[in-house]
Design a binder for this molecule. Structure first.
Ligand code: AMP
Length: 363
């Protein structure tokens, strides 16, 4: 079985590692030769707009997936002429444009922060008048890890934020004074079967995910709400694979922020913390195999390693810890690896997380 993956980052690397025991080999396509997937599969370097290169990539593949969101959707669509591409490119297209994404949420009656698309000064003034401050201004495309967005507290700062983001297609949305941030990972098989993981609670720093924990004290009501919303999106897009949806919890209800049509950073803990990892379940879905159980194995957490890597001996000294390094050159704000923490009780997990965060913050 040969899986083609658009993108050669850490998500591709973890997909390949999950594929090895299942007899799945991977071929990666990316624009730079410096790929974290270098040691786990065949890597092709090319331009996503080069049809000849895409055709060579497609040769002999059983199925294609993608592991980052900014893959040009035309590349995924072109590959569909030769081989099945999952999740369906319409999911990629929707997630790449925050306006499309928000409109999908609205169409499916999934609550999302009030928003306006802005393409001119007039639309900007109307948006500010309609939504009021505080606001968040976001570029419609190419935003991730807090890039391409600015928080605005006073009306007169909105114009400046738009000019700084320097794009003509922006989205202005109401700031949500959320109580918590959570995500749900759901998986759909071609047969329509769906499995959903327990909600994950997330913390961000400067827009980048730094800590995920699951299971947590989130209520069964929120879990049910998240499952219901996930089912709606999966069915509407005739989805195959893992889908992540990020939510704010506000006044005890979920408000959808964004979705990612791929395996997700907030699901890395599932490698050690769940009966079946998100990576294995993504592969199972792509291959039309039965989906695996999403039951937690104890209490898990994940701490991202951003910009620097702590001394490994200090990390591995902490019980219940698993270190994952991505083989990337350190750079500020770059995700270089993560640490999964597992424990038998939530108290034990909290203690271990505190130890790891101390080590990471002093490295
Ligand atoms: P995003 O790139 O949309 O995932 O945003 C990154 C982070 O910015 C989120 O995880 C939130 O912490 C914060 N954020 C984004 N949009 C809003 C909003 N409308 N209200 C409050 N915080 C937000």
């Amino acid at each position: 079985m040969l899986l083609g993956v658009l993108g050669g980052g850490q998500l591709g690397r973890m997909l390949a590692l999950a594929g090895i025991p299942l007899g799945v080999r991977c071929r990666f396509f990316d624009t730079s030769a410096e790929m974290p997937t270098a040691h786990v599969g065949e890597c092709m370097v090319g331009d996503f707009h080069d049809r000849g290169a895409l055709e060579r990539f497609a040769q002999g593949l059983d199925v294609v997936t993608y592991e980052f969101e900014n893959v040009p959707v035309e590349a995924a669509r072109y590959l569909e002429r030769f081989v099945a591409v999952y999740p369906p490119p319409v999911a990629l297209e929707t997630a790449q444009d925050r306006l499309n994404e928000k409109q999908l949420f609205e169409r499916l009656r999934i609550p999302t922060p009030a928003f306006r698309a802005v393409g001119s000064d007039k639309e900007l003034n109307e948006a500010v008048a309609a939504l009021g401050v505080p606001l968040v201004v976001k570029t419609r495309r190419m935003g991730y890890d807090g890039k391409g967005q600015m928080f605005v507290r006073r009306e007169e700062e909105v114009g400046k934020a738009c000019a700084m983001l320097g794009s003509s297609s922006l989205l202005v949305e109401r700031f949500v004074p959320f109580e918590r941030e959570v995500s749900v990972l759901a998986v759909r098989a071609p047969s329509g079967a769906v499995v959903v993981y327990p909600l994950v609670e997330n913390e961000h720093e400067g827009g980048i995910l730094c800590l995920s924990q699951s299971p947590t004290t989130l209520s069964a009501f929120l879990q049910k709400e998240a499952e219901e919303y996930a089912h709606r999106i999966l069915a509407a897009l005739e989805y195959v694979g893992v889908l992540a949806i990020e939510f704010f919890v506000y006044e005890g209800r979920l408000i959808a922020n964004e979705m990612a049509p791929r395996v997700h950073n907030s699901g890395h803990f599932t490698i050690e913390g769940s009966a079946t990892s998100q990576f294995e379940n993504h592969l199972r879905a792509l291959l039309g195999d039965p989906l695996g159980a999403t039951t937690p194995r104890g209490y898990a957490a994940m701490v991202n390693l951003i910009g620097t890597i702590p001394e490994r001996a200090r990390v591995l000294e902490v019980p219940g810890v698993h270190l994952h390094l991505y083989g990337k050159m350190p750079r500020p704000r770059r995700k270089l690896g993560h640490i999964t923490i597992t424990a038998e009780t939530s108290h034990e997990r909290d203690e271990r997380v505190a130890m790891i965060r101390r080590i990471v913050s002093t490295s």
